[in-house]
Design a protein around this ligand. Structure first.
Ligand code: ZN
Length: 186
């Protein structure tokens, strides 16, 4: 009796049997953060080193010269996620305008859509992101004695020559209160 070989059934996408667990498994809630940003069409940009430290990073879509950037800080920092506009189109660098800080993963799940809408609005019409003083540069997140504020990105030390003398100065001292520096979602 010739055993006829049945044609192989089309490969079915079977659920993968439990993935081998990494040595350092992120906590379950961390997976939820990843899923929320994936659903919002962000791309994860976490490096291996960051992941080992419990930090994660996601880039969202570009809006004009801006890109949405989300980062989970170190677990010891006491909040879940920060979402802010970034001008560099890559993780890190300066953070422009309002930062949305989600204290819990539940707050992120609840308010992410509204926060994205807010930042996309700012990015589309970025007059509100401009420094009210020089009206040229944009305002960035700065930490001060009284907490976070928005300061002109020109507030960096420059060297200027006045009557032959080199003096230290800043390009612009503008700050902005036209938009909130931080919106906290609890
Ligand atoms: Zn300025």
């Amino acid at each position: 009796m010739a055993a006829t070989r049945k044609p192989t059934a089309p490969r079915k996408a079977t659920k993968k049997a439990a993935r081998p667990k990494a040595a350092v498994r992120p906590p379950a809630r961390d997976d939820e953060v990843g899923a929320l940003f994936k659903a919002a069409r962000f791309q994860e940009t976490t490096s291996d080193i960051s992941r080992a430290l419990g930090l994660r990073s996601f880039l969202g879509k570009k809006v004009g010269r801006w890109v949405l950037h989300a980062a989970t800080p170190s677990p010891t920092e006491g909040h879940a996620v920060d979402l802010v506009l970034n001008g560099a189109h890559q993780p890190g660098g300066l953070e422009y305008g309002t930062k949305h800080r989600f204290v819990t993963v539940d707050a992120l799940a609840r308010d992410l859509a509204a926060a994205l809408k807010d930042l996309q609005r700012l990015a589309k019409d970025d007059e509100l992101l401009k420094c009210p003083e020089c009206k040229l540069r944009y305002v960035i997140q700065k930490e001060g004695k009284r907490g976070t504020f928005l300061s002109c990105e020109g507030m960096t030390r420059i060297h200027r020559r006045v009557e032959g003398m080199r003096i230290k100065d800043v390009a612009c001292r503008g700050t902005s209160t036209r938009i909130p520096a931080v919106v906290i979602h609890t």
